[in-house]
Design a protein. Structure first.
Length: 271
């Protein structure tokens, strides 16, 4: 087959480091009956080693040239969905199984869509009627800096809006670093593997998830300003203090629990 020419616009950097692939599969630990979907299979660097361990694998891919190549393999266990992952309703995969199996998601994602895609996958969780997630876990290869931000703890300079919102829905783990030389063509940035495990039971529950998201955005709107300043249109310094939170601190020093407390106070005020 003709050598494939990678496309920049689809963020194509194909993994070719056998050691990294094996390490990632070890971390994912696919079990034969798992319900699993891979986002952006490309030429199958992860797809085929994962398929060896599963009864069936779904893949979601946008590039028709890539899809053609995957189809030519005619792999009996591979189910190909030719769509943009950002538009794809992942719950259709869980709905079609008789036993309501939770979904496992993996992907070496194009870096430009990684944050919107994570929020797309987390969105069903923000439905207040639904506490239990239909996603069991997610393993993503992302830009190292993004994995650092998602997994950052309060007080760390990377801790921000992305950390709070993802950690509100999921347990987050930085698994391991991957250098540019592991890809073809090599990207300009370092990469890392992230594991997200949606909480079975959320440690802190906001009365209104949308309110939480708005408040977190406000609190971080000007990073160098204090909470009192960033939140002044929403709540007073006294109200912040009433929760045992210092209004002269910056948002980056607060825990996820603090943000949930603040958000619930605002929800109470408006009822
Ligand atoms: N998993 C492969 C390929 C990674 S490159 C490997 O590790 O080698 C990223 C892949 O995501 C490419 O196949 C690209 O075509 C695909 N992709 C890019 N944007 C996408 C989108 N919006 N939806 C689904 N797939 C997408």
């Amino acid at each position: 087959m003709q050598k494939y020419k990678t496309k920049k616009r689809f963020g194509q950097h194909f993994l070719h480091d056998h050691h990294v692939i094996q390490k990632l599969i070890y971390e994912i630990n696919p079990l034969p009956s798992d319900l699993m979907v891979e986002i952006g299979p490309g030429l199958g660097a992860l797809t085929f080693p994962i398929l060896d361990k599963l009864d069936k694998l779904h893949v979601v891919e946008i590039d028709r040239d890539v899809i053609k190549r995957l189809e030519q393999k005619n792999h009996p266990k591979l189910s190909i969905h030719s769509v943009d992952a950002l538009d794809y309703d992942f719950s259709t995969l869980t709905k079609t199984t008789e036993d309501d199996k939770p979904l496992r998601v993996v992907g070496n994602l194009p870096y430009n869509i990684s944050t919107p895609l994570i929020f797309h996958l987390l969105e069903p969780l923000s439905n207040t009627n639904k506490q239990q997630s239909s996603v069991k876990d997610m393993h993503f290869m992302l830009q190292n800096e993004v994995v650092e931000r998602i997994t950052a703890k309060p007080g760390n300079k990377s801790f921000g809006r992305l950390s709070v919102m993802v950690q509100y829905y999921c347990e987050t783990e930085y698994l391991f670093f991957v250098g540019p030389e592991s890809f073809d063509p090599p990207p300009k940035v370092d990469s890392a593997i992230l594991r997200l495990t949606p909480w079975k039971e959320r440690p802190y529950k906001a009365t209104d998830d949308k309110q939480l998201s708005t408040l977190v955005a406000q609190a971080f709107s000007m990073r160098r300003k204090t909470l009192r300043n960033n939140l002044k249109k929403t709540i007073s310094a006294e109200q912040i203090e009433s929760l045992g939170i210092d209004p002269s601190h910056r948002a980056e020093t607060l825990s996820v629990e603090d943000f949930v407390k603040l958000s619930n106070l605002v929800s109470n005020l408006s009822t």
